[in-house]
Structures are given as structure tokens and as C-alpha cells.
Design a protein around this ligand. Structure first.
Ligand code: P6P
Length: 344
């Protein structure tokens, strides 16, 4: 499939792009679902923007399955994603960072062929300080279309995703999507309510001199990461012979978007704070969708020891180590892991 050459030009609306993307394919349902997700993201964007004006900032006092304090807007965004997609006839069930269990579509709605997995408001700890946040989504197909959807139906490796994307609620609201035919970025025209194609064919430079990591965890990093970051910090007189820059927004969507635009490598690696915890970020609705996007843009995504998209999920909310972005830097980090035996 894919839009005819030259069809997806700057200025194309997401609606027109979506139609072109699936015009001659059996995946037209996917295009319809992506349109519904895009609308949900517009509504979430408006809710986030009104946060300080509508008493929806701050915490609910409850924790999610991750043991993280839930912000009011986390739950609002979760509800909005469900309400704007459950009736559309494209989805059979959903899973979210904010819900312990899967959400099966109510029987009054047509059961679709897709599973929608999402982090409704990633980076929400930035809300009260008005720093960019986003929504991340991943779309899988049901392994079978009979009977009730079970947790196990979601436990597919990232290579099985049929689409993935994120909305970035920043100075501009953007939607970045892949269906396996490259990565395209759309900017919300607040006047018309349309997402307009502003970044066709996003690609990540293979090399970079910018890394993103939460350096306050340095004492807990494993040897390969310590080696890589030390070399970056050593500057022009060090083994890399270059000066590196660092960024850390604590909002994965903002970090990945920066990497798509100007290159970079993002690390949230396994650390030794808890031997049972392979990393902080969640596989199904953070690492997998972002890895699909990054790889479709010519980048690479690894746990340090295996490609993220090859990881076989064992549980809906499992965590994973994440190293992704400019492929030559990811390759260097993978090589450093190979040279260092995994801790027992
Ligand atoms: P830390 C946000 O909570 C998130 O899941 C990602 O968006 C972000 O990259 C990371 O965690 C930030 O983690 O430990 O720096 O607060």
C-alpha cells in the first residue's frame, strides 16, 4: 500500500493521507482506526491545554499498576482514548498503562480485528511544570477472531505491530505515525481541527553527538553504559574525539521526537537498583511503538542485548531496557554489551 509517489505532499490532511495510504489495501479498517485515534489525541490535547484552567492538574491519590501516582489527567486521557475508539467497530480490546487489566469492547459495539495498546499520557509528571507530554499508541491484530479476547492475545513481539504512533502536546500538537511504510509527522491546525502533513518521510541520521539519559542514575548503570557515557563526556580529547551534548526532558515522546528531527540516542538502560527489574519503561506501550517508529525512520532499537521488537512479551505491563535512536550509536552500545558478559 502506501500513497502513490508524490501523493503524500506537504499540506495533505491526515484524513486524505490515511485514505490514500489504505486506498488499495485490505487494511482500510486500520485507516479508520487511526483516524479515530487521531481524534482522541485532539481531544486529549485540548484537555491537557486546559489543565491549569479546569482544576484537572495534580494527583488523584491513587497509584497505577506500575505503582506510580496517577495524575487526574492520566485518567482523563485514558477515558478519552477509550471513549473515542470503542464504538468505531475496529477494536476488540484495549490495554493501557493506566489499567491493570485489558478492556474488552462492550457487546453493544461491533468487535473489530485490532487490539489498541496505549500510554494515554506519557511524561505526565511534567504537566504541573508545563513541559511537553504525549500519548503513545500501538496497534496489533487479534491472533484469532473467535471468542473473548484474553491477555495472551496482546503478548505479541513488537515486530507484529501493524501501526504505531504518538501525539506530542508541545508548542504545537503533532501526530507522528507509521504503518510500516516510513514515518510521517502531522501538525494540528487548531483553527480547522485537522492534522496537516508537515514532516513527510521522517528519517533519523545514523550518527549523532547528542545523548539522552537520566544521569542521576549513573551510580546504578551497568559497565557497557558507564563506558559509553564516559566516552561521550570525555569530549574531543577522549576516545570519541568529539564533544557530545546531553538532553533529558523526562518525557519519552519529546525525546523521541527530538531524535526523529535532529538525531540522537536515548537510553533508559537496565540498572542494578533491582535485579528483577530489566528497566523502567514498559515494553508494550512505550518501547515497542517507539522502536517501530525509530526503526521505520532508519534508526535502531535494542535492549542492549537484543532488538526490542524481537522481545517476546511475558506480561502486559512488563518493563524493558531501552536504547534507541541513531543506528551507529545504538550499534556501538550493543557492541559494548557484547564485550561485557551479562550479570548473572
Ligand atoms: P525518570 C515518564 O514517566 C517516563 O515513562 C518516560 O516518558 C520518560 O522518558 C521516563 O519515564 C522518565 O523517567 O526516571 O527520568 O523520571
Amino acid at each position: 500500500t502506501g500513497n502513490p509517489p508524490g501523493k503524500a505532499h506537504m499540506g495533505t490532511s491526515f484524513s486524505e493521507f490515511n485514505t490514500g495510504e489504505f486506498a488499495d489495501s485490505p487494511q482500510t479498517d486500520l485507516g479508520v482506526l487511526l483516524g479515530q485515534v487521531a481524534t482522541a489525541c485532539k481531544v486529549i490535547s485540548a484537555a491537557v491545554a486546559r489543565g491549569p484552567l479546569s482544576d484537572t492538574l495534580g494527583y488523584t491519590g491513587t497509584d497505577n499498576i506500575q505503582g506510580e501516582n496517577q495524575q487526574k489527567l492520566d485518567l482523563i486521557a485514558n477515558e478519552l482514548m477509550i471513549r473515542w475508539t470503542e464504538w468505531g467497530g475496529q477494536v476488540a480490546a484495549m490495554a493501557s498503562e493506566e489499567m491493570a487489566d485489558i478492556y474488552r469492547i462492550p457487546t453493544q459495539y461491533r468487535q473489530g480485528r485490532y487490539l489498541l495498546v496505549f500510554d494515554p499520557l506519557d511524561g505526565s509528571s511534567n504537566l504541573d511544570v508545563n513541559v511537553s507530554v504525549g500519548s503513545i499508541f500501538s496497534i496489533l491484530e487479534r491472533p484469532q477472531t473467535e471468542g473473548e479476547v484474553e491477555d495472551a492475545d496482546f503478548l505479541q513481539p513488537g515486530v507484529m505491530q501493524v501501526a504505531a504512533g504518538y501525539a506530542l502536546y508541545g508548542p504545537a500538537t503533532m501526530l507522528v505515525v507509521t504503518t510500516g511504510h516510513g514515518v510521517n509527522g502531522f501538525t494540528l491546525d487548531e483553527e480547522t481541527g485537522e492534522f496537516i502533513l508537515t514532516h513527510p518521510g521522517l528519517t533519523i541520521s545514523p550518527d549523532t553527538r547528542e545523548f539522552a539519559i537520566n544521569a542521576s542514575n549513573a551510580r546504578m548503570w551497568e559497565a557497557p553504559v558507564i563506558r559509553y557515557i564516559d566516552e561521550c563526556l570525555a569530549g574531543v580529547t577522549g576516545p570519541r574525539g568529539e564533544a557530545f551534548n546531553m538532553r533529558w526532558v523526562a518525557s519519552m515522546v519529546a525525546e523521541i521526537h527530538r531524535i526523529l528531527i535532529r538525531g540522537g540516542v536515548f537510553l533508559y538502560p537496565k540498572d542494578n537498583r533491582d535485579p528483577t527489574r530489566p528497566g523502567k519503561l514498559r515494553l508494550m506501550y512505550e518501547a515497542n511503538p517507539m522502536s517501530f517508529i525509530v526503526e521505520q525512520a532508519g534508526g535502531a532499537a535494542s535492549t542492549g542485548r537484543e532488538p526490542i521488537l524481537q522481545v517476546q512479551p511475558q506480561a502486559l505491563h512488563q518493563r524493558v531496557a531501552v536504547i534507541l535512536g541513531s543506528r551507529n550509536e545504538v550499534a556501538r552500545l550493543v557492541q559494548y554489551h557484547l564485550e561485557t558478559p551479562a550479570a548473572p
